[in-house]
Design a protein around this ligand. Structure first.
Ligand code: ZN
Length: 202
């Protein structure tokens, strides 16, 4: 069983942040998840889980959700039914190009990740869960950071996690994210629209 924590502030947005969903990514993501404090959550609740090391299977592969860790992830989503679902990943620097390449959709069926800054990338979660378990209006975001991240990337990653934890709903998040990353929010809305039609961002 990995690291688990609940911050409960009563009624409001239900958030679930999961780190290290495959391979050894949890080694990187746990530090950021542990840095989230009670006061970062204004209302509602935040469930934090960091998975133990597991075999690396891409979350775009349906076999992932049949693996032990994949089943844990599904269990947590089905149990807590979050309105906001955040997956924390890390990537090897040599994969930066593949993840952010504008041809990614043609090759893998999912849009490229968008760089916030300092190598921190943002995108949606696997379509295998986004379009089946989650509702249209839910907020589903993947955050990626280099696995051996320099301090400046960690700062961006941790700050954005805090923006997510503090958001009270979708509109509030969009307003707060747009203030710091206007172009990136526009791009993510464009990608979401390409996939889902008239669909909310993220
Ligand atoms: Zn990953």
């Amino acid at each position: 069983m990995g690291f688990f924590k609940i911050i409960n502030k009563g009624n409001g947005l239900k958030r679930l942040f999961i780190g290290g969903v495959h391979g050894n990514e949890g080694f990187t993501t746990i530090k950021s998840l542990k840095s989230i404090r009670e006061e970062d959550v204004p209302s509602g609740c935040l469930v934090i889980y960091n998975c133990d090391k597991s075999k690396y299977i891409s979350t775009l592969n349906h076999l992932y959700y049949e693996s032990e860790t994949g089943k844990e992830v599904l269990y947590l989503i089905n149990h807590y039914k979050p309105d906001m679902y955040i997956e924390l990943h890390c990537y090897k620097p040599e994969n930066y190009y593949v993840l952010t390449n504008l041809d990614r959709k043609k090759k893998t069926g999912v849009p490229p990740l968008i760089e916030l800054e300092k190598g921190v990338l943002i995108g949606s979660v696997s379509p295998l869960i986004r379009t089946t378990i989650f509702k249209k209006e839910d907020i589903c975001i993947t955050l990626e950071i280099p696995c051996t991240a320099p301090e400046e990337s960690l700062e961006v990653y941790d700050n954005f996690l805090r923006v997510l934890a503090r958001a009270k709903n979708r509109e509030d998040l969009e307003k707060k994210a747009r203030k710091i990353y206007p172009e990136q929010v526009d791009t993510s809305q464009k990608y979401a629209h390409e996939i889902f039609g008239d669909y909310p961002p993220f």
